[in-house]
Design a protein around this ligand. Structure first.
Ligand code: NAD
Length: 452
């Protein structure tokens, strides 16, 4: 069997590497129009950082895992084509700021229609609005070669930072297909790929629309838990309750459960916000404004939480941060990834710069040029923003530290040494609640956590 995956990003790369590792009898080729990305997948310096991914790629690459820019050639050879291209929020026209931009999906469908020379199973791996399979089907079916294309939905549930673990031991694999004999055959073929390592009872099959919608709903529910606890964090700060203690107390209830109850400066990443906006746009399109408003508030609380964090820094630093040096520790949207898309750090840096602070960022995995680009865009250099090569360098002479990403190395820094090099009084804002704040207070820091 030959598998081709179009899109060598955070999903296509790791997902296909895992399929290749677990299925030595299947040839897997990941293709992308981004030649630099493909070149990086073929080196020892992979384009994305994920714990354990280097080893998986090393084992399978050159054996049955390949990375190529020859999109057309590998479409021709493939039995199954995964589509793992990006589906960002639309920035123009109708639905701007909310609807998914499906231009990459459509262009892939047209490329498949143009180059396919045999029947194919086309698997939507990207997260897309419900009914996108219809559009793909219409485009590929319009080729005049009389070929059969069977569309499946197989959304990806991996979390960045734990992608390898999630892929090797998924809670479930979801496959949606048409309820027809050909549809059932395609579902069975894809289930057979995953069955190389995933127990059959964890491979769920549904109709196409349930599968497409489940991915948006899963992300909406996950994000909703974060916004729920973050909304409570503000109440904790006002009342003297401790949000970690509240989360622990409610999480012991088996109906609620302990996961995704960590208060923080806010969620980031390429998916949560985009997928909720997409969901709300869908609801409105189907005449359900009340449902849209409900889910929209999850994004609203997240934006508010990010602003609230920056606002608290300003307030506690005697209502002015102008020309004060603030060390921002962490820039990736979460630990163990170099992905910065929608990271809370971007909003925090921008707000502090708007207040004329001197912001110095340190992140163990994100390159300096990317940090600067994310905060100020292409426009110009921002003299108020610099990037340090260590936490110690970033905090030297600073008035305050803001922890924005929960990197493990921030838990074991020598905070006594850091304090000695800072302006006094020295402030520490823990946006992820990863530090022992009473201990830091005893050292001499003025500390604030989220919901504390
Ligand atoms: N990142 C995650 O954690 C995650 C998790 C689950 C689902 N998803 C979904 O998976 C999809 C991909 O996400 P990602 O984070 O991997 O995106 P990404 O931007 O990292 O990768 C997408 C890749 O597709 C390529 N591409 C776009 N159009 C192409 C075309 N016509 N031909 C060839 N290559 C093309 C781009 O060059 C890019 O390298 C999105 O729909 C996303 O919502 C992402």
């Amino acid at each position: 069997m030959n598998i081709c995956c179009i899109g060598a990003g955070y999903v296509g790369g790791p997902t296909m590497a895992m399929i290749a590792l677990k299925c030595p009898d299947i040839t897997v080729t990941v293709v992308d129009m981004n030649a630099a990305r493909i070149a990086a997948w073929n080196t020892g310096n992979l384009p994305i950082f994920e714990p354990g991914l280097d080893e998986v790629v090393k084992q399978a690459r050159g054996r049955n895992l390949f990375f190529s820019t020859d999109v057309a050639g590998h479409i021709k050879q493939a039995d199954i084509i995964f589509v793992a291209v990006n589906t960002p929020t639309k920035t123009y026209g109708v639905g701007a700021g909310r609807a998914a931009d499906l231009r990459y999906i459509e262009s892939v469908a047209r490329t498949i229609a143009e180059h396919a020379e045999s029947n194919k199973i086309i698997v939507e791996k990207s997260t897309i609005p419900v009914k996108t399979a219809d559009a793909i089907q219409t485009i590929v079916a319009s080729n005049s070669k009389g070929l059969k294309f069977q569309g499946l939905s197989n959304p990806e549930f991996l979390a960045e930072g734990t992608a390898v673990k999630d892929l090797s031991n998924p809670d479930r694999v979801l496959i949606g297909g048409e309820r027809t004999p050909d549809g059932d055959k395609a579902v069975a073929a894809l289930a057979g790929v995953y069955a190389h390592w995933v127990p059959r009872d964890r491979i769920i099959t549904t109709n196409l629309w349930s599968s497409e919608l489940s991915k948006l709903v899963a992300n909406a529910f996950l994000a909703q838990r974060i916004s729920s606890i973050n909304s409570i964090s503000a109440l904790c700060e006002a009342t003297g309750a401790d949000v970690d203690e509240v989360a622990n107390a409610i999480g012991k209830d088996s109906r609620i459960g302990p996961k995704f109850l960590k208060a923080s400066v806010g969620f980031g990443g390429s998916c949560f916000q985009k997928d909720i906006l997409n969901l709300t746009y869908l609801c409105e399109s189907f005449g359900l404004p009340e449902v849209a408003a409900y889910w929209n508030s999850v994004v609203g609380i997240n934006d508010w939480q990010k602003r609230r964090f920056a606002g608290r820094i300003v307030k506690e630093l005697f209502n002015t941060v102008a020309d004060k040096k603030i060390a921002v520790l962490g820039f990736a949207f979460k630990k163990d990834t170099n992905d910065t898309r929608e990271s809370a750090a971007i909003a925090v840096c921008r707000d502090l710069i708007a207040e004329q602070a001197q912001v110095v960022v340190y992140d163990p995995k994100v390159p300096a040029h990317e940090i600067i680009h994310d905060v100020v865009g292409n426009a110009h250099e921002e003299p108020r923003l610099t990037v340090a090569t260590s936490a110690y360098e970033a905090t030297k002479g600073a008035h305050a530290i803001a922890i924005v990403t929960e990197w493990d190395e921030f838990k074991t820094l020598d905070y006594a040494k850091i304090l000695a090099g800072m302006q006094q009084p020295a402030f520490l804002f823990d946006g992820r609640n990863i530090l022992d704040l009473p201990r830091l207070r005893a050292l001499g820091f003025r500390t604030s956590g989220i919901g504390k």
